[in-house]
Design a protein around this ligand. Structure first.
Ligand code: ADP
Length: 176
């Protein structure tokens, strides 16, 4: 195996909505860093999901939190993940698994990506106990209802979420 090929194998891409980033995501990134030389956190731009944060806002939060951290690169992409991976020469997708209910969706995505690009492998990392209940949507609900998300997301994320919700409420009021 050439050195170039070898280097490619040591990068993994961790794609997702990250709307917003939680300690559950951070746990996967940090554990991924122990296995791969580089984890490319890839914020997806064209999901069918309606996101709270724009693609740039989601990527900027992650960039700020991982600034200066070796082995983590933050990017955003639109279009098919496998096309982006092919442009970058990355062949491994890293995904996290929380509950059984994650499995079906993850299974379909992994199979779909395999169909699109035979050389691509998806690796799953099981969440660690204390993070198993954390999801971006639960966090948004907690904060929207006035609760604290401490211990579930970094303080920066909670701050940005409060700002966003305040701006959304103000926009609704103005529209009345
Ligand atoms: P997507 O919309 O692509 O599912 P998410 O931001 O919801 O994007 O999740 C990105 C990846 O991180 C998925 O593989 C998801 O299962 C995983 N993930 C999310 N939260 C956790 C968590 N608490 N523990 C482990 N993995 C998680």
């Amino acid at each position: 195996m050439s050195e170039k090929e070898n280097r490619k194998m040591k990068s993994a891409i961790y794609p997702g909505s990250f709307d917003p980033l939680t300690y559950g995501h951070i746990n996967i990134i940090n554990r991924g860093r122990k296995i791969f030389d580089r984890v490319v956190v890839a914020v997806a731009g064209n999901m069918s999901k309606n996101t709270t944060f724009t693609i740039d806002e989601r990527a900027d939060i992650i960039k700020e939190l991982f600034r200066g951290v070796k082995g983590v690169e933050v990017v955003s992409f639109r279009g098919l993940l496998v096309n982006y991976m092919s442009r970058r020469g990355i062949r491994t997708i890293l995904r996290g698994l929380r509950t059984f209910s994650d499995f079906e969706y993850e299974f379909q995505m992994a199979m779909g990506n395999k169909k699109l690009a035979q050389e691509v492998e998806t690796l799953f990392m099981i969440t660690e106990g204390e993070y198993s209940y954390i999801s971006s949507s639960i966090i948004k609900e907690i904060v929207a209802l006035g609760g604290s998300a401490r211990g579930m997301v970094p303080p920066l994320v909670e701050k940005k979420l409060r700002e966003k919700l305040r701006a959304e409420r103000a926009a609704v009021k103005r529209g009345r």
